[in-house]
Structures are given as C-alpha cells and as structure tokens.
Design a protein around this ligand. Structure first.
Ligand code: GLV
Ligand code: MN
Ligand code: MN
Length: 431
C-alpha cells in the first residue's frame, strides 16, 4: 500500500498536497482488496447479509476510520463514515455507493464510489483540512436486489422508504430477509431510525463507473449524469402441462418454457423498435426440468428501462397484453408479479453545473449523459438534490461482468474532480 491512505494524523502546518497518481493506484489496490470478500473464490459475488458482505463492511469501516472519519452502522447494514465539519450542525454533503454485487459481477460497480471519497478524505485529513459542512460517505449495504429480489435497500432505509413487506422475501434457501438481518445482528424494528430528514442533506454526489461504452468510445474519462432511467421489473411464472417428451405431439403441448421463450423474443423485438428503451430477460428457469419432460412450469424475470417514463410504461402495457395473447393461444396460465418500479430521476441542474465546472477546471471537456443503470442516488433524490460523476469503463464498457475494469489514471482524475467539487461546494441560496 502506498502513502496516501497511511499516516493520516492531521498536520495543517505541513499540509501535504494530495498525490493523485498515488491515490488513483491506491483506489485500484483497495478495489482488489475489497474483492477478496466474496462468496465464491475467484468470482465476484457479494450479496446482502452474507459472510462476504459482513467482511467487506468491516474492511470499509477500518478504511473510513483510518481516513479520519467516525463510523456508524444503521439497522439496514449501511456503513456510514462522517468527516466532521467546522459547523457540525450544518447539512451534510453526502457521497457513497453500494458494496453488494451481482453474482459473478465486476469489482468496481459500487466500490469505486466508496473508496474514492475515502481516499480524498484521507488526503484532507492529513492536511488537517475541514469544511464548513460535514461529509458523510455512505457504503450502501444493498443496491442490486440479488439475494432477496428487492433492490436499493440501503438507500431506502436512509430515505425512510424501506418497505417492510420485503422483510418476508426469501432467498434461494428459503431464508427470509428478516431472519438474515437478525442473524447479522441487525434489528428490523430499528429501520425507521436509519431515516435521514429532508433538510439534513445539502446534496448527494455519487461517483460510479459508467457501466457502458459511451465515454470509452468518445475517448473521455469522465461524464456528468443528467438523469437515471426509470425501470419496471417483473417475475413471470407460466404454468402449462408437463408431459412426456417422446409421446405428446407438438400440436397438443402446453409447454411453459416455449411460451416464456416467445414472450422473451417479443420483449427483444418491442424494445429494439424504440430508441432509448431496453428490455432484458436475465433469469429464465424451468424448475425441476428434465431433458425428457415437456416443461410444465417456467419462470423468468423481465426488466424494462427507459429515460422517458412514457416510453417505458407503453412498452410494459404492450408486453403485458402480449403475454395474455401468447398464453391464451398456448393454453398456459400466467402469473405476473411486479417486483420493482422506479420512475426516472433527474440530477439537480445546479449540481450538474458544479460538476461540469470542476471537470473543466481539471482539463476535461464537459460531457453529459444519462444513466441506463439504476443507482442509490435515485432513492436519495427523494430527500436531497443529487448528482453523479461517471468514470469511463475499460474493456468495451462491459459491466455486471467479471471483465469490468477501469484505469488508475481515470480514478486519479475522478479524484481530482471530486476534490475540486467538494472544495468549492456550498449550498446555493436558490436551488
Ligand atoms: C443496478 O446495477 C441496476 O441498474 O440494475
Ligand atoms: Mn452500481
Ligand atoms: Mn450494478
């Protein structure tokens, strides 16, 4: 480990400048260290309330303390580091991202937005530098929704919109979220205490890898997010009639998997027809299926997203109508269960402008782009103005994939912009 994260005793007389090259490398090194907390060796899987998740939370708390922050955990499992301001009663500047991952995902999706601010704060801490406002770095416990099919749990806890019904959701082993929380020493009854009030957060800034190819294609390191796409997610369960693969003629089958396949192909076709609309079937299961049995039951996930809410809701209506049509024709019973819906969320204009100014002061040409991926910021937006800084992905822009990557140079530049943003931050009188 190089010098940036060590020796954080505040010493304003020497006021060492932040070495961004070292900081960029250290962020990359810490991403690797955090990735060791995984459910499967060599594969990045860290879902909510697992041993790997607990290990990552402890490691993040250690790094926060070393950087000069006080650390608290809330009832959802969020780890919150606070870098005190000269006026502790001032509204906070909040930053952060999530430390859970998808299964077999990447190492940077989430952790970058936690480790980068910790590194910058370590730099200010070494300088003995304080701001008029406190800074809180939130390591959100759960954003991806993998284990319990409910996303954005950490940010919902902070926004006061945690839906207690999800406590009864079960994981693949039949463990409820409530049981898993209690086993980790988290008390669901205390969740309301995690909520932060509207006026208490002056602004929220999340640094995140782009998770797409736009910046890479344009040879730009950074971009300012304009808005986060809305999203509708469903689990579709289709029930047909299981039968013998050798004896039932094709015309007499009620094959649940083939009905799912037809729905999936329609989703692809419908979403391909409208620019800005995307549709994904990421899970496709034939429970208890066998090679010589016509599937009697099939289950699939549906994820529809668009920057424009009307585009998304029109597509959802069409897909629902098509499911009815396909199932009627095939003699299949359909059960569609909405698991998640979020409207698109705009980033605050004044924060986008501040980020753009910070980019320009650091030699970056301004570039704004929407986010197709969901982020904790979309929930925090219900209680505070939000902004997001995107950092270029390497490797074709791939994400939610072990091939996800980015460079130390981009981490260094994003740190410069983050530092500039914070050092110039103040809440405008009119927003
Ligand atoms: C989170 O990564 C999402 O957009 O699904
Ligand atoms: Mn993410
Ligand atoms: Mn993700």
């Amino acid at each position: 480990m190089t010098t940036i994260f060590s020796d954080i005793e505040g010493n304003s007389s020497s006021a060492p400048a932040i070495d961004y090259t070292a900081l960029g490398s250290d962020i990359m090194e810490r991403v690797e260290t955090l990735a060791l907390h995984t459910e499967q060796t060599g594969i990045m899987t860290r879902t909510y309330l697992t041993a790997a998740h607990r290990g990552a939370a402890s490691q993040i708390a250690v790094w926060m303390r070393e950087a000069g922050m006080t650390v608290r955990c809330d009832a959802s499992g969020n780890v919150i580091g606070r870098y005190e301001g000269t006026d502790p009663s001032s509204a906070i500047l909040m930053t952060g991202s999530h430390f859970d991952t998808v299964r077999n995902g990447g190492k940077y999706d989430g952790p970058l937005g936690i480790l980068l601010p910790i590194g910058c704060i370590a730099g200010w801490s070494r300088q003995g530098r304080r701001f008029p406002f406190p800074i809180e770095v939130v390591a959100f416990c759960e954003e991806e929704g993998v284990r319990f099919k409910a996303p954005l749990l950490g940010s919902r806890a902070i926004a006061g919109t945690f839906d207690n019904r999800v406590l009864d959701n079960v994981d693949e082993d039949g463990v409820t979220m409530r049981e898993a929380m209690l086993a980790e020493g988290l008390d669901p009854a205390q969740l309301p205490c995690a909520a932060m009030s509207k006026g208490s957060i002056a602004a929220y800034l999340e640094v995140h890898i782009e998770q797409g190819p736009v910046l890479l294609e344009e040879n730009r390191a950074l971009g300012v997010v304009t808005a986060i796409s809305g999203s509708s997610r469903f689990m579709l369960e289709l029930k047909g009639v299981a039968g013998h693969a050798g004896t039932v003629p094709m015309t007499l089958r009620h094959d649940a998997a083939m009905a799912c396949a037809e729905v999936a192909l329609y989703i692809e076709q419908r979403c391909s027809a409208s620019p800005g609309l995307v549709g994904t079937v990421g899970q496709f299961n034939v429970p208890d299926g066998a090679g010589n049995v016509i599937p009697g039951r099939a289950v699939m996930s549906i994820d529809i997203r668009a920057g424009a809410d009307a585009l998304r809701s029109d597509a959802v209506d069409d897909i629902q109508a098509k499911i009815t049509h396909i199932c009627t024709r095939r003699g299949i019973h359909a059960n569609i269960n909405k698991t998640y819906e979020a409207v698109s969320v705009s980033c605050a204009d004044w924060l986008q402008q501040r980020l753009t100014d910070s980019m320009q002061r650091n030699g970056c040409t301004p570039r704004s782009l929407p986010s197709g991926a969901g982020h904790d910021g979309m929930i925090i937006a219900t209680i505070a103005p939000i902004a997001m800084l995107f950092v270029r992905c390497g490797n074709g822009g791939i994400s939610h994939n072990p091939g996800e990557t980015m460079s130390a140079e981009d981490a260094a530049l994003a740190s410069r912009v983050f530092v500039d943003f914070v050092e110039n931050f103040s809440v405008p009188t009119t927003q």
